[in-house]
Design a protein around this ligand. Structure first.
Ligand code: PLP
Length: 378
């Protein structure tokens, strides 16, 4: 049977490919963005409590009321004023992104994507009949607002932003959001803002949500992931902030896609939000980034910029090899037994970048083992 291919993404993502290669070669896996350390014990307790307290049937469509309440408070503490009409719990951020797109775009609409970008965006646009229009970030992953402005046509329905950014760790400043707001001022373009690394910003850098901006908040979906916030990517729960009008449009799709989200997990996440310490979370992860950077400092990679946020550090390997970044990543996995992600995987044309991305959201012993392998080989 000949089945239509609904999008241009690969059948086997680079993340699955590199993880499978890491397993095959018994390599340390610093490729995919998932922690290998234990989650907070309190989360395990709250999850068990959720099932014991009988949160085992469908949760309300927009989310567990306690979770919504606690998300309102959590966001208020960082000066994002939202009510329950603005919050919808989702089965992960990837679903949130897909559903936001599904709720606003129609066949033939253009959606601007800044490259390099997280790999679900383009398939999600295409599966909803949209056409991605690419604008490249510069060498140090800053936005060229002139290029962005020029990419807008009368068919542009939405623009996708990711801050803090994967793979670079770059954070959008208040000024960046202001420039975007000015560009969008006399348009009806919707903003889909992927902010999954919101509570992982380092060196006292502030996180600005699109929702902090009074004008952008009227036209945006800001999308978050408890998987990244609380280091439990396997739970696949997130939430979406949007204006009342956009939330209605979102829920119109959500109620027929998934309807509701894992009930005991929502209870546990609600309880954990009551004790979650953002500063402590940042400190732990900044220490991990710094530990990684300290360990690799004698290796022949070039560090162009420290990650400002998130789980990842990009390193330049052009001093080491002329291979394409994909071949270099494969070679490194097979020979040095360390798996990474080539940065070309985040571009639609897979253009070679001479850079690979390392995930430092790992135990110290994992990072030490990876560095030992690299030192023995490079
Ligand atoms: C930028 C970005 N958005 C979304 C996701 C996916 O989040 P979730 O696991 O909640 O679907 C990831 C995961 O790596 C990511 O890096």
């Amino acid at each position: 049977m000949l089945l239509p291919k609904k999008h241009s993404g690969s059948d086997f993502t680079i993340f699955s490919e590199m993880t499978a290669l890491a397993q095959k070669h018994d390599a340390v896996n610093l490729s995919q963005g998932f922690p290998d350390y234990e989650i907070d014990e309190r989360l395990k307790k709250f999850l068990a409590e959720g099932t014991e307290k009988n949160f085992n049937q469908y949760a309300p469509m927009s989310g567990n009321p306690l979770l919504i309440e606690n998300l309102m408070e959590f966001n208020q503490r960082r000066k994002i004023e939202v009510s329950k009409e603005n919050i919808t719990v989702s089965p992960g951020a990837t679903y949130g992104i897909y559903t936001a797109l599904a709720s606003v775009i129609s066949f033939g609409d253009e959606v601007i994507v800044l490259e390099p970008n997280y790999d679900s965006y383009v398939p999600a646009i295409e599966m909803n009949g949209g056409k991605p229009v690419f604008v490249s970030l510069n060498e140090i992953f800053e936005v060229n607002f002139d290029a962005l402005q020029k990419a807008i046509t009368e068919k542009t329905k939405a623009i996708m932003i990711n801050s803090p950014h994967n793979p670079s760790g770059k954070i959008w400043t208040k000024n960046d959001w202001e420039k975007l707001s000015r560009i969008l001022e006399n348009t009806e373009i919707i903003l889909i803002s992927d902010e999954v690394y919101d509570v992982l910003t380092y060196d006292d850098q502030e996180f600005f949500s699109a929702f902090h901006h009074p004008k952008l908040s009227e036209r945006c979906f800001s999308i978050f992931s408890f998987g990244k916030m609380f280091h439990l990517t396997g739970w696949k729960v997130g939430y979406v902030l949007a204006s009342e009008e956009l939330s209605l449009a979102y829920r119109r799709v959500h109620q027929y896609l998934s309807f509701s989200v894992n009930a005991p997990a929502q209870y546990a996440l609600a309880k954990y939000l009551e004790v979650f310490d953002v500063k402590e979370n940042i400190k732990t992860m900044q220490n991990k980034r710094d530990f990684f950077l300290h360990q690799i400092q004698d290796l022949p990679f070039t560090l162009n910029e420290k990650a400002e946020a998130g789980y990842f550090q990009i390193l330049d390997f052009s001093n080491i090899s002329d291979l394409s970044d994909k071949d270099f990543a494969i070679w490194l996995t097979e020979k040095a037994k360390v798996a990474t992600i080539p940065v070309s995987a985040f571009y639609h044309d897979q253009k070679n970048t001479g850079k690979v991305r390392f995930c430092f959201a790992k135990k110290e012993e994992t990072i030490l083992k990876a560095v030992e392998n690299l030192k023995a080989f490079l």
